[in-house]
Design a protein around this ligand. Structure first.
Ligand SMILES: [Zn+2]
Length: 324
């Protein structure tokens, strides 16, 4: 279904060999390595325990990271911790230099290298489940207008990547490394550059292109809607809910028009459903819940707990509709 090959300045990338329909599970991978909390000290011993095959797969990721673009991918949560760890390791080395055995430096370099590879390629699953590395999925590049989304399926113990829209043959498969919050270009560029070490050249970041310009205008307008909602005086009555649903609709409209589909949009649908139900508008409540369930099925798959939860909300809304 996919090919790993050169993606120009980005280094290697993952490409569709043929049309991949929306909802297709492109990857399903178990973690190779996991770090819990901020304890990066467990990583190097874990790398040493890997089988030769797995360690080779892990080490192969370094050449990917070392592209001239300085392409990096790390979990936002881990970034500072890993930096602190490296600083303290180096600090320790300098302090004990006179007493260090000759091979100490190599072992430290190995450790820093392993940390660097891990940091560049891992995904932060959740505070409870930790940060994990999936060597195949790590090959996916970033786009602010991605055509795929990754999610961890806890009962399966696997990280799955699904197509969030139809992906044409030869098209690159991409993920959004940042949570989709409707952020403007300068915010995204800054986060990607500081957190991941590259400049985004996706269609949303190309301000010479129509899609980039239109998208930026949409995001700006949406940020105004959000600002107005946050700043408006709360009345404590249904008018608050009406204002909230209008704000949700502005977000939903942006995502739909830009072709952004995934968990963020499904969360907005669920929120819009909840507010509609609160306003006794059961028809809209059911419509939004059904949209969330459809999106969750495509993004997560029928075996994911979030999809099952969305189906339960649809069932609840249907009951309310019937009773109304
Ligand atoms: Zn971008």
């Amino acid at each position: 279904m996919i090919d790993v090959r050169s993606a120009g300045a980005k280094g290697l990338g993952v490409f569709a060999k043929k049309l991949i329909p929306r909802g297709t599970r492109i990857f399903s991978e178990r973690p190779l390595l996991t770090i819990h909390g901020h304890d990066a000290s467990t990583l190097y011993p874990a790398v040493k325990l890997l089988s030769t095959k797995d360690r080779d797969a892990f080490m192969a990721l370094s050449s990917f990271r070392d592209r001239e673009t300085g392409f990096m991918r790390w979990s936002v949560v881990l970034a500072h911790t890993a930096q602190n760890t490296i600083s303290s390791l180096l600090g320790g080395l300098v302090g004990k230099k006179a007493f260090s055995p000759p091979n100490k430096r190599n072992s430290l370099n190995d450790h820093v290298e392993a940390l660097s590879i891990f940091r560049s390629n891992s995904f932060n699953i959740s505070p409870r489940l930790g940060t994990s590395l999936f060597p195949k999925i790590a090959r996916l590049n970033h786009s602010c207008l991605p055509n795929a989304q990754g999610n961890f399926n806890e009962p399966l113990g696997r990280f799955n990547v699904h197509a969030t829209r139809d992906i044409e043959a030869d098209e690159e498969v991409s993920l959004n490394y940042l949570p989709e919050t409707g952020a403007l270009r300068n915010v995204r560029v800054d986060k990607l550059s500081r957190g991941y070490g590259f400049d985004c050249v996706c269609p949303a970041c190309d301000m010479d292109g129509k899609r980039g310009k239109d998208g930026e205008e949409k995001r700006l307008a949406m940020n105004e809607v959000l600002k107005a909602f946050v700043e408006r005086p709360m009345t404590g009555d249904a008018a608050d809910k009406e204002a909230e649903i209008e704000t949700m609709k502005a977000f939903i409209d942006l995502y739909e028009r830009q072709g952004i589909a995934g968990k963020e949009l499904s969360n907005l649908y669920l929120k819009a459903s909840e507010i509609s139900i609160g306003l006794q508008n059961f028809k809209d409540g059911l419509r939004y819940a059904a949209q969330a369930a459809k999106l969750d099925r495509d993004t997560f798959g029928e075996d994911h707990p979030d999809y099952k939860q969305s189906l339960e909300i649809v069932a609840k809304c249907t009951t309310l509709m019937v009773q109304d």
